[in-house]
Design a protein around this ligand. Sequence first.
Ligand SMILES: O=C(O)CCC(=O)C(=O)O
Length: 441
Amino acid sequence: MIIFKDMDELKIRILKHLPDTANGIAVSIELIDDLPSSYLYLQKSCCENFYAGDYSECIDKSKPLLDYLWEKLNTGNWKDVDITWREAYYLVSTMKGSSQAILATDSRAVERNTHSIADAIKTFDMGLLMGAPIMNNVLTKLVQDVHTCLEKIDVSDRKIELANKCIDNDKSVQNDVGQSLNKKLRTDSEIDQEIEEEIKIQIDKNKEIKRINCPSLEYFSATFKDEGTPVIITNAINHWPAMSTRQWSLDYIRLKAGFRTVPIEIGSKYTEDNWTQKLMTINDFIDRFILGSQNQTGYLAQHQLFDQVPELRNDISIPDYCCLGNSEDVDINAWFGPKGTVSPLHHDPKHNFLVQVVGSKYIRIYSPTENSKLYPHDTFLLENTSQVDAENPDEVKFPLFNDALYSEAILRPGEMLYIPPKYWHFIKSLYISFSVSFWWE
Ligand SMILES: O=C(O)CCC(=O)C(=O)O
């Protein structure tokens, strides 16, 4: 299957991003002496194979290396994992992914097909997600170039490929695949259904979170930030390409990031025992959890997708109000999921703008003054989370909960919710939804 007419160019671009020699690669890892000599021997040989053009051999050698490193990455607490193992994982992923991509560009290679390009992207993403960046974060550039090559596949080719993948994965989603290709995040009839969902929720006017039309920095700072008052800001993101010239649709997200591997939260909420996380491509996530009929909820939640996919980062911008913080660091997270995702009642330490790009969400907010009625968990990991199911409170176990004062709203596309630090929030999506949060200090 011809997927990209500039395949040779892709190979040249890959090689251009990398050091010129195997030695150049090896010196990229600091503390290299800490790695066992048998490991280093195989890693060196893997790199040499790559530079000798023996890409299949390089891939073969990368497998035991990555298995060995995987063990190291999954031993003990993540924060205690030695950075050297993560750098080594990044390096070997670079070698393996580059070999897979180059083989896919070689007209003589049996491996030439979209799957090996997709495999290369997966390898690069694993390096990005689990590794620690070296060589000027070369993986970001490599994966972007390779994904761009997939963008050039015409839709019918992608349809065949997705359909083939689904035969392997889950026969039940096959029928959805063709239909989904040109589907916007919400069709007109879906918007109608969403409005119906909204009508079902009776927002108490006395409790409704105030809306304000794009206030000045000074006004926002004095009235909301300094006072610790939640507010919904309207008309502040109309200029984002994601809202205007490059509106986010399922097709668009597939195009820019469909083959990228991301962590998906599976289960109704993170407080439930059966909650887990899985790595999968965004295409799989859309097919199974957004369009498919899975009986479990899947949520691409609190993920720094925009560091991983700079092209999507170009469609949004940091709200001006974040400059009122005392640090330039703003954590940007994506929250993309179907109807019914729930973020249980919890609070975070930073100021937050939760921006709704697609779909709407029910929001409920409690001030920290209500802490004693909200029954936080007493375990370290969940101490910022309430034990109460805000939608279905157990009045016997948590008798004070219903006395806690709250404000509420439906957050709609184009709106930006300000959540002050330590304010408790419960959030449920009313339809397919994409939000972006900005945490700032
Ligand atoms: O939108 C959601 O589901 C949760 C967002 C959230 O908790 C946050 O931005 O802190």
